[in-house]
Design a protein around this ligand. Structure first.
Ligand SMILES: [Zn+2]
Length: 690
């Protein structure tokens, strides 16, 4: 295996004792003078010559000063905390007078969580100024967050508008990602930017959608740990607010943090018997096929709670801890969309969504987005025998009709280089074309020469064209300098050096390229090679999901049924060993030393190169753009493989196509052309935002 193992980035939160000593003395002097909460506001008000507001909590501030713009809100006008009563305790924990230093909010979509963050930002600007860092999953999303959330927040609330000058005024010192205000600064950045995360010490840290953060910021480590390190200067006066819709059990950051907290749940009284309980999906009942009959069964009296009961229940609700926290300064809240206020997401709509969610993918997004819970990934290895028995009627070394272009994945070992060639079609359907073992490790020039020759090879397509390798992903884990040197020679148009990293990243399973120095004959070449970082666990999970897809029966195929999107086709000549290696690992939950659970791919068999090669070939397809192509590109690729060769007329048929690779041919299909993009930046929308 060539995955770089890194410890499971435990949160290195600040504590009373590890306060940076350089700042400790300064902080003490300050605290001697102003040793009461709210001192800074008074100080600030005195300087500004303003009459101070009475000490407000964040929710009181929002009710008094917040206005929702028609641009950013479905319910414009004065903000009312009573609309989402459960939010009061959460935002008030962000007030300086509240003892919690870390506030964790694991939530469904559609519960109004975005406004909680906005209210806090507004409160800080107006009422408790200080340095604040707001972190979105990427810098791109940070820009969007700033324009779509922060700009309206400031523009619509007079008390904020007078403190933050508009970004366009020249002297303001304000840009999209940085807002200055009296005695404070708001910096908005992305979790993928280590520079942004290290930009300044922060008293207030808003970590938004942490489950969509990359595992590592510019390879400098866990973005959450990097950002939290910036709050140390402020010790007990710091506040960290961490929110997210959760993702996968075992790797979800927000679930890990919630489980380490006191795990508060929102208890609401039954309108019939008064019993307080927190709402669970299992107790939402409806007649099958009739979600309009949805109601909630009280756990004490079995009475039916209706949608119209919700408003009164929410007003009377209260948060109660359900666990002993491992860090007393951290409090955690969990909320599902079952609490969504009347007029937002109804119980009926939730029932309807559940009935419509029939695939793994849909169930996962229901669990994450509606219930605010993690999805448990089933990583049991598919049975190799069944895969072996279902091999199909195409020869090793040939590309069936649906395959439109080829990528390869190369795994470099001590004594050999193993390469798999995969054909790809619409919907990420794939065909294993060949698996090649080149003898001799990275120290043998002959092995590299053979790998180079592979770049010039072509493989026959069922329609008679010949396909070359559009992209080859090669692992740098074993002997990086040799791989870089070869890749530089071969050219980065066709070769993509990749580095596997632990962890799942569904928003962007491949990150890069970054530029790395290369040494050739003792001379160091700056930015000599490009390196792509691949979240291998994500692609392994995807591969297993695809391998588990059922094939249509012979009858169904005869009636024109299609293979499901993502289906993995294996050639009739595939060896037992290849198939065994393809399913050589399984996903298991392991406990880390700190007691967190973590998902990890573990070997079931010693040899797993075919699986690794598949992952690198898949990464190569991702880099080529397969996940983002427009219809035009697919049409172009289909036109290439079906184009008639007008001159030679000796078009070999699929049956007698030579299975031998032919180095004399130039590829006639499977050629990737650069997509014409509309002008302007394309915004990639991760699924959790839609
Ligand atoms: Zn009851």
């Amino acid at each position: 295996m060539s995955v770089h193992t890194s410890p499971s980035s435990p949160r290195s939160g600040p504590s009373f004792v590890d306060t940076d000593l350089r700042f400790a003395s300064a902080a003490l002097r300050f605290d001697d003078l102003f040793a009461f909460e709210g001192a800074e506001e008074l100080w600030q008000s005195w300087r500004d010559g303003l009459t101070p507001d009475p000490l407000l909590d964040v929710s009181e501030w929002a009710d008094r000063h917040r206005f929702l713009s028609p641009r950013a809100s479905a319910e414009p006008g004065r903000y009312r905390t009573d609309r989402t009563p459960y939010m009061r305790a959460i935002v008030d924990a962000l007030s300086p007078s509240h003892p919690a230093r870390r506030v964790v909010f694991m939530k469904a979509a559609q519960v109004g969580a975005t406004e909680a963050g906005n209210n806090w930002i507004g409160y800080v600007i107006h009422h408790a100024p200080g340095p604040m860092l707001s972190v979105q999953p990427t810098v791109e999303l940070a820009k969007r967050f700033s324009r779509q959330r922060i700009d309206p927040l400031i523009a619509e609330s007079p008390s904020l508008r007078e403190r933050v000058k508009p970004a366009r005024s020249r002297d303001a010192g304000n840009t999209v990602l940085s807002k200055e205000f009296p005695a404070g600064l708001l910096v908005i950045t992305g979790a993928n930017s280590a520079v942004g995360l290290r930009s300044m010490p922060a008293r207030y840290l808003f970590l938004d959608e942490v489950d969509a953060y990359p595992p590592s910021a510019d390879e400098e480590g866990d973005p959450v740990a990097l950002a939290e390190a910036r709050t140390r200067t402020f010790s007990w006066r710091s506040k960290v607010f961490m929110t997210s819709t959760p993702t996968i059990h075992g790797i979800s950051r927000i679930e890990r943090e919630y489980e380490a907290s006191d795990q508060r749940r929102f208890f609401v009284p039954c309108p019939h018997c008064g019993h307080r309980q927190w709402l669970r999906f299992e107790r939402l009942k409806w007649d099958k096929g009739k979600p309009e009959t949805a109601h909630y069964l009280c756990e004490a009296c079995d009475g039916a709670l209706q949608e119209h009961h919700k408003t009164a229940m929410l007003i009377a609700g209260e948060w109660r801890p359900t666990a002993e926290p491992s860090d007393p300064a951290t409090i955690g809240f969990h909320l599902s969309a079952l609490y969504s206020p009347v007029g937002w997401l109804s119980w009926e709509a939730i029932g309807r969504m559940w009935e419509a969610a029939t695939t793994d993918e849909a169930r996962r997004s229901f669990k994450n987005g509606v219930l605010g819970e993690t999805w448990i990934e089933t990583g049991e290895a598919p049975d190799w025998q069944r895969l072996y028995e279902r091999r199909e009627d195409f020869a090793v070394g040939t590309v069936p009709a649906g395959g439109l272009f080829l990528t390869a994945g190369a795994d470099v070992q001590k004594d050999r280089i193993e390469v798999s060639v995969w054909a790809w079609g619409r919907g990420l359907t794939s065909w294993l074309v060949d698996h090649i073992v080149i003898d001799g490790g990275p120290e043998h020039a002959s092995a590299w020469a053979e790998l180079s020759a592979l770049l010039d090879r072509t493989w026959p397509h069922a329609h008679g064209q010949r396909l070359g390798l559009a992209k080859l992903g090669i692992d740098t884990g074993y002997e990086a300098p040799a791989v870089y040197a070869w890749a530089r020679q071969a050219g980065f148009a066709q070769v993509a050096p990749v580095k596997g990293v632990e962890g799942f990243n569904r928003a962007a399973p491949v990150v890069g390229p970054s530029y790395v120095d290369v040494t050739t004959s003792g001379r160091k070449l700056r930015r000599g090679a490009r390196l792509w970082t691949v979240a291998v666990a994500t692609f392994k999970s995807e591969t297993y999901r695809f391998l588990r897809l059922g094939r249509p029966t012979e009858d169904e195929l005869a009636e024109g049924a299609q293979y499901p999107a993502g289906y993995v086709h294996l050639p009739k000549g595939a060896e037992v060993e290849w198939v065994k290696q393809l399913v050589a690992e399984q996903l298991v939950t392991v406990k880390t030393r700190r007691g967190f659970q973590r998902l990890e791919w573990q070997k079931l068999r010693e040899r797993n190169e075919v699986l690794d090669c598949r992952v690198y070939a898949r990464a190569a397809a991702w880099i080529a753009g397969i996940d983002r192509w427009s219809e035009a590109t697919w049409r172009d690729l289909e036109a290439q493989v079906t184009a008639k060769d007008g001159e030679s007329g000796t078009r070999p048929e699929a049956d007698n196509a030579s299975a031998e690779p032919d180095s004399s041919e130039t590829p006639s299909a499977g050629l990737l052309r650069r997509e014409r993009r509309p002008r302007g930046r394309r915004v990639f929308t991760p699924s959790y935002l839609s």
